[in-house]
Design a protein around this ligand. Structure first.
Ligand SMILES: [Mn+2]
Length: 425
């Protein structure tokens, strides 16, 4: 029985470096993960490698990125492996212009249009790819008007889109629209977190970013291997952990302790060992970690200056992994468990700033206005290209909320301290 083997790749963003680790060398670049992907595809003797858009990051598309992609395509094609692509919102205009690459690789459709390519077999059990190229930087919904006829039993759809988000600016599409087209699988791009949306009927999934690009892209990243029967049934799918870096977060409780710099460092090292041991992620050469030092109002200032003065070029070796600190954050312990606490915190901060003791009347109102302004500003920022890759992730939204609260807590603690004339640090 013939089995089709295909590797599906989500967002690459070639040309972008994982954020927060600019001091680390090229060993964590997307290109390194792409090289591993090529080796894996050749070793597993797959029939095709599919890319679901945002292959090139918009910031660097014509420079390093295009050359790196071209090299990967050439290596795959030399082994007879098909390379099938669609563009995303980052490379909708740059990808189609790489004519040299697409004399050998396949770009399905054109901006805003569907296209199709069929890998034939002598016994007629062919594999058909259908895909849509993103039409612009932004696009509200995906149009299915030019959707091709699917003749093969085995078929894979490639689409850069935002499933279930009909208000999205990045190709909103209902899941039912995808399940309604009877394909074997849909390999989607845009969401950087690996997400399996539909297991039976068509297998619909985001394989996520090949190499995580931000501290919020935690966990194992890579590509998805699909095995599809000649009858078009998905026999197996498997995540290939091809990323060379693993992002994680680690919290250390330092509250109630007066520690020296050396003691804090020892605590961090100890916590990293415990954390990585519990994760069991031996496969990863590099780990990028955000360490959050929980503290209280007494030691906040000392811990905060420790974080500020920390030399990030220091890395830790933990087991077989080299651990880089993405950031070191001091978090002041305050009780903000109830929704009312956030309001109290903000109105108090406003009151303190304006030299008033009590957050009542006008000051309470100003607190609310501040929250609205912050929200507006964030929404505007999230609409900008630089942030778009992360703006759709639910976890990201929670992160923004956390960052806002942390900033508020930190500001509050500083103001309280400065008013007391304390200089703990
Ligand atoms: Mn995208």
């Amino acid at each position: 029985m013939h089995i089709w083997k295909v590797i599906c790749v989500g967002d690459l963003h070639l040309g972008r470096m994982p954020g927060g680790l600019s001091y680390v060398g090229n060993q964590i670049s997307v290109d390194v993960a792409l090289t591993k992907l090529v080796d894996e595809a050749i070793e597993r003797e797959v029939h095709a490698v599919c890319f679901s858009g945002d292959i090139l990051d918009r910031t660097n598309a014509y420079f390093e990125a295009a050359g790196q992609f071209e090299r990967a395509v050439r290596q795959l094609r030399q082994q007879g492996i098909e390379v099938i692509c669609v563009s995303g919102n980052h490379d909708w205009n740059t990808l189609p212009s790489l004519r040299r690459i697409f004399s050998d690789a396949r770009l399905l459709g054109g901006p805003g249009e569907w296209g199709s390519f069929t890998l034939p077999r002598p016994d007629e059990s062919s594999l058909q790819f259908v895909g849509y190229c993103f039409p612009a930087d932004e696009c509200q919904t995906i149009s299915f008007s030019s959707f091709p006829q699917v003749k093969a039993k085995a078929s894979i759809g490639l689409l850069h889109c935002d499933v279930g988000q009909m208000n999205s600016r990045y190709g909103g599409v209902e899941l039912s629209y995808l399940t309604g087209h009877h394909l074997s699988a849909w390999s989607l791009g845009h969401i950087h977190k690996r997400t399996l949306l539909h297991e039976d009927g068509p297998f619909i999934f985001y394989s996520g970013s090949l190499q995580p690009l931000h501290i919020n892209e935690r966990g194992v990243h890579g590509a998805e291997l699909l095995e599809i029967s000649a009858e078009g049934k998905l026999l197996r799918h498997l995540q290939l952990p091809l990323a060379t870096i693993y992002f994680d977060e680690c919290r250390i409780d330092l509250s109630g302790e007066a520690l020296t710099r050396e003691e804090v460092l020892a605590d961090i090292r100890e916590a990293l060992f415990t954390r990585l041991e519990s994760l069991g992620i031996d496969d990863f050469e590099y780990v990028g970690i955000r360490v959050i030092l929980k503290t209280d109002e007494q030691s906040y200032s000392a811990v905060e200056s420790f974080c500020r003065d920390f030399d990030y070029a220091d890395s830790f070796i933990v087991g077989r992994s080299t651990v880089y600190l993405e950031s070191l954050v001091a978090e002041c312990e305050m009780d903000v468990s109830e929704p009312g606490d956030y309001e109290r915190l903000l109105t108090e901060t406003v009151a303190l700033l304006s030299g008033t003791e009590f957050a009542e009347g006008e000051n309470a109102e100003r607190g609310v206005t501040l929250v609205d302004q912050a929200q507006e500003l964030l929404q505007e920022k999230l609409g900008q290209h630089f942030f778009q890759a992360f703006s759709d992730d639910v976890e990201r939204k929670q992160d923004i909320r956390r960052v806002l609260v942390e900033a508020g807590v930190s500001l509050h603690a500083r103001i309280v301290r400065s008013r007391r004339g304390s200089n703990v640090a």
